[in-house]
Design a protein around this ligand. Structure first.
Ligand code: NAP
Length: 285
C-alpha cells in the first residue's frame, strides 16, 4: 500500500488554512514566515519557491529574502537578528546548503528559539530527544512520524531501522521512534551487515542520498518503508529506495516524489502556526 504524502500534506494545509483564517478573524493577525536564500542554487530556489507557494495557499504571510552568496557571516547574522525582532515574523528559515565560508551552526545559533521553525537549533534537538512537545520538531522527521502515525501501528516492541545519521533527518527521526517505543537502530556508511539488520526491521527509514539504495532483498516481507531520499537522475527525481522491487514486498511504502517531501513543507507551516500561537495566544486569547 502506498503512503500518500501528497494527499496527507494537502489535508494538513487545508486544516491550517482554516486555523489561520480563524486567527485573522479573532485577533486580526496571521502567522509570518521569513525564508532567507543565499545565491542562486537552482535546487534551493525550487525548495524556497514551494515553501512560499504553500504559505500563500494557507494564508500565512511570507517574506523571501534573497542575499548574495558572498555575504559575510556577520552580515547574515545581522539580517537574522532583524527578523528575530520583527513582530510580523514568527518563523525564520535559512535555506541550506550555505556557502563554505559561513558556519551553519553559528547561523542556527543566531535564530531565536521562539522562531526556530526548522527545528535545527541545539535546544530544539534536545527537546526532541527528551520528548518535550513544547519545542519545534524538525520538519522532515516530524513528517515521517506523521505518516507512520497514519498507519495506527503500536510501535512498542517493533524494530525500527534508520539508515543515515544526519542531524537534520537520521538522528531526530531515531529519537522520535525511540520516544514512541520502537527498538531503534541507526545505521551509517560503516555499519557491518546492514542487510542483516534491515532484514529484522518492521519499519525502515532510509535517508542516505543514493538513488535506489534499498533493494528488495534487504527488506523483510511486510515491513513499512519510508523513503526520505531526493536524488536527481537524468532530470527525474527519485528516492533512496528501489521502489519497483521493494513495493512488491513492503506492506506500506512512500513514493518519491509525493511521499516525505510534501510532508516536510506541511510541517514547516505547522511549526510556523505553532510559533505564532505561542507568541500571540497567551492567556487563552
Ligand atoms: P547526509 O547528511 O548526506 O547523510 C547521509 C547519511 O547516509 C550519512 O549518515 C551516511 O553515513 C549514510 N550513508 C551513506 N552511505 C551509506 C551506506 N552505504 N550505508 C549506510 N549508510 C550510508 O544526508 P541527509 O541530509 O540526511 O539527507 C539524506 C537524503 O534525504 C538526501 O537524498 C536528501 O536530499 C534527502 N532529504 C530529503 C528531505 C525531504 O524533505 N524529503 C529532507 C532532507 C533530506 P556516514 O555518516 O557514515 O557518512
Amino acid at each position: 500500500m502506498i503512503i500518500d504524502g501528497k494527499k496527507c500534506s494537502e489535508e494538513i494545509l487545508e486544516n491550517l488554512k482554516k486555523e489561520v483564517s480563524e486567527y485573522k478573524e479573532r485577533i486580526g493577525k496571521i502567522p509570518g514566515l521569513a525564508v532567507i536564500i543565499l545565491g542562486d542554487n537552482p535546487a534551493s530556489k525550487i525548495y524556497v519557491r514551494s515553501k512560499i507557494r504553500a504559505c500563500e495557499k494557507v494564508g500565512i504571510y511570507s517574506k523571501e529574502i534573497v542575499l548574495s552568496d558572498k555575504i559575510s557571516e556577520a552580515e547574515l547574522i545581522k539580517e537574522i537578528e532583524k527578523l528575530n525582532s520583527d513582530k510580523d515574523i514568527n518563523g525564520i528559515l535559512v535555506q541550506l546548503p550555505l556557502p563554505e565560508h559561513i558556519n551553519e551552526k553559528k547561523i542556527c545559533d543566531a535564530i531565536s528559539i521562539r522562531k526556530d521553525v526548522d527545528g535545527f537549533k541545539q535546544e530544539s534537538l534536545g527537546k526532541i530527544v527528551l520528548g518535550d512537545e513544547d519545542g519545534f520538531i524538525s520538519c522532515t522527521p516530524q513528517g515521517i512520524i506523521y505518516l507512520i502515525d497514519q498507519l495506527n501501528m503500536d510501535l512498542n516492541g517493533k524494530n525500527a531501522v534508520v539508515v543515515g545519521r544526519s542531524n537534520i533527518v537520521g538522528k531526530p527521526t531515531a529519537s522520535l521512534l525511540i520516544n514512541k517505543g520502537a527498538t531503534t537502530t541507526v545505521c551509517n556508511s560503516k555499519t557491518k551487515d546492514l542487510t542483516g539488520i534491515l532484514k529484522r526491521a518492521d519499519i525502515i527509514v532510509v535517508a542516505v542520498g543514493k538513488a535506489g539504495f534499498l533493494k528488495k532483498d534487504m527488506v523483510k516481507e511486510g515491513a513499512v518503508v519510508i523513503d526520505v531520499g531526493i536524488n536527481r537522475e537524468g532530470g527525474k527525481i527519485c528516492g533512496d529506495v528501489d521502489f519497483e522491487g521493494v513495493s512488491q514486498i513492503a506492506s506500506h511504502i512512500t513514493p518519491v516524489p509525493g511521499g516525505v517531501g510534501p510532508m516536510t513543507i506541511a510541517m514547516l507551516l505547522k511549526n510556523t502556526v505553532k510559533a505564532f500561537c505561542k507568541e500571540e495566544l497567551v492567556n487563552g486569547k
